[in-house]
Write a protein that binds this ligand. Structure first.
Ligand code: FPP
Length: 246
């Protein structure tokens, strides 16, 4: 339960943590294994971290599972990642009510297999019937930050053409409601493991005031203790949102 953990006890707890699950391929290559072996262990790490964050009291966990650019990988690797997402997200969906999760998908889902699209639809239906305070796992699949902004802009423009909106109506909050993340608060903390110091097209709209935490640990080696360290670092930050510290 939140607060039982000594490492994070007393630290400000972000409402929303977002993670770029990076380093699966390098983890496997270092061990002389095929890249897909890294994704298999990475999927287990996803489950461990999702349950850990939920138990800490984190209300939203966004994970970058597959980017709009990841289709450039071999068909074999893409197939394994898709199968893992299907398996782990289906499992979580079946346990949503029991374990107090809600699953949401972000990204352009039209390019996904019919099975994954059905899963996303069903997950949304079930999630809508569950209490708002259940931890939401937001899986970004075929996701790109620019693509999300473009799709939102197109939808808004279409509403203007229909006459239900005008260009003058548009402000931050209204535009946010056109994003895949509608209704989800912006992440206070974005974590990227694997030593890469970049955002790679992740949550470009939502990260305006996020704090960033980078670690060299590769995603398959990522443990709950890493979450504790990230939250402790977050607790040390002074968030001024463009203002001055009182
Ligand atoms: C990035 O590491 C990881 C991915 C592109 C795939 C992540 C997918 C999973 C962990 C599968 C399960 C997901 C869910 C939501 C259940 P990389 O391959 O880019 O690593 P590298 O930079 O070392 O090559």
């Amino acid at each position: 339960m939140a607060g039982d953990n000594h490492a994070v006890a007393g630290a400000a707890l972000p409402r929303h943590i977002a993670i770029i699950m990076d380093g699966n391929g390098r983890w496997a290559t270092k061990r002389g294994l095929p890249r897909t072996a890294g994704h298999k262990v990475g999927a287990e790490t996803f489950r461990t971290i999702a349950y850990y964050c939920k138990d800490l009291g984190i209300k939203y966990l966004t994970v970058y599972a597959f980017s709009t650019e990841n289709w450039k990988r071999s068909a074999d690797e893409v197939g394994v990642i898709m199968a893992l997402m299907q398996r782990y997200l289906l499992e979580l969906m079946e346990l949503m009510a029991r374990d107090h999760f809600r699953i949401h998908f972000s990204g352009d889902l039209t390019a996904l297999s019919p099975n994954l699209q059905k899963l996303a639809q069903k997950a949304d239906e079930i999630a809508r019937s569950l209490p708002d305070d259940y931890c939401m796992v937001n899986a970004c699949v075929n996701y790109g930050g620019r693509d999300e902004i473009l799709r939102a802009a197109r939808k808004y423009a279409a509403d203007c053409v229909q006459g239900t909106r005008t260009p003058q109506d548009l402000d931050d909050n209204l535009f946010s409601s056109y994003m895949d993340s509608a209704g989800i608060p912006d992440p206070e903390l974005i974590i990227r493991p694997s030593g890469e110091i970049r955002l790679s097209n992740f949550l470009l709209w939502q990260c305006a005031y996020s704090e960033f935490y980078f670690t060299d640990v590769l995603w398959p080696d990522f443990t709950p203790a890493e979450i504790d360290r990230a939250i402790a670092a977050y607790g040390q930050r002074r968030r001024r949102f463009g203002g001055v510290t009182q």
